[in-house]
Design a protein around this ligand. Sequence first.
Ligand SMILES: [Zn+2]
Length: 162
Amino acid sequence: MEKRKIIKIKPKKIYTKAEDYKRYYVTGAIGGFRNPYDFRLTFYNIDSNEFLLKTQNLKENKNIPDVEIQNKLKEVEMTHILQCELIMTEQAVKELYEFLKKEMKILDNLKETYCPNCKKLIKWVPTEIDDVFRGKCPNCGMEFIKDKNNIVRLQKVLPKNE
Ligand SMILES: [Zn+2]
């Protein structure tokens, strides 16, 4: 019998948003492996207004001795509003881990980019275009752009939104 050639198929990826796709702004995450196949990550936001108000009121209260205020301050709760939970496979966790490592490296490199003119650290701000940052030298005012391919170059014209 003739041996069949094994053809590896690499699917062409396309990304499409689910109908109930949502976007959250979060400040932190909790979770971990529930078992070897089930990794859970819950994202939250902190309600700091309430916390600040309560601590401020305590600090300004002249009727309570300082020692008591210190103890009460430790008891003030900060609400963490859980926004959503993701349940991931081990493979998804590995991919996320590699992705985050890569992204953090890019960010760290960016934070250590110096102006070629005066060797000062460039300050970066986001732009209206995803993945594109604008940088400015605080000393000479020279402007830079980091594009989607993470290439930093002198800014001439800001690319138009695609
Ligand atoms: Zn400069």
